[in-house]
Design a binder for this molecule. Structure first.
Ligand code: FES
Length: 122
């Protein structure tokens, strides 16, 4: 949970947070709390996780938010939308467990998700 105070009405809001672990190509693990509703890509950018460039800002037009999802999480993720597979073809060394992190919306169901970041983005 993350407590946030509205600067206008001074109400306190509690945003549900979900733990996401990002593992860099150098095998450095970063476990951070990401606000539900954001994407896995946005969680990385907001927490200065290295290796996710997100050049298009989440528009599914660059493939620079490419991650490898731990195999035991693959079935728990939403199916790829049209276009994601095409963009992944342009990613650096795509694999069967590749996803665009900008297409993964964080929710309670993703608590504990682990993603590996490739050695480089396209
Ligand atoms: S941020 Fe560009 S495809 Fe995900």
């Amino acid at each position: 949970m993350f407590l946030h105070t509205c600067p206008i009405f001074f109400h306190d809001y509690i945003y549900p947070m979900t733990k996401i672990t990002y593992i860099t190509h150098e095998n450095k693990s970063h476990t951070v709390d990401v606000q539900n509703g954001l994407t896995v890509m946005e969680g990385a950018v907001q927490n200065d996780i290295p290796g996710i460039d997100a050049d298009c800002g989440g528009g599914m037009a660059c493939a620079t938010c490419h991650v490898y999802v731990k195999e035991d999480w693959l079935d728990k993720l939403p199916k790829k939308e049209d276009g994601e597979e095409d963009m992944l073809d342009m990613a650096f060394e795509p694999k069967t467990n590749s996803r665009l992190s900008c297409q993964l919306t964080v929710s309670d169901e993703l608590d504990g998700l682990i993603v590996n970041i490739p050695s480089k983005q396209t």
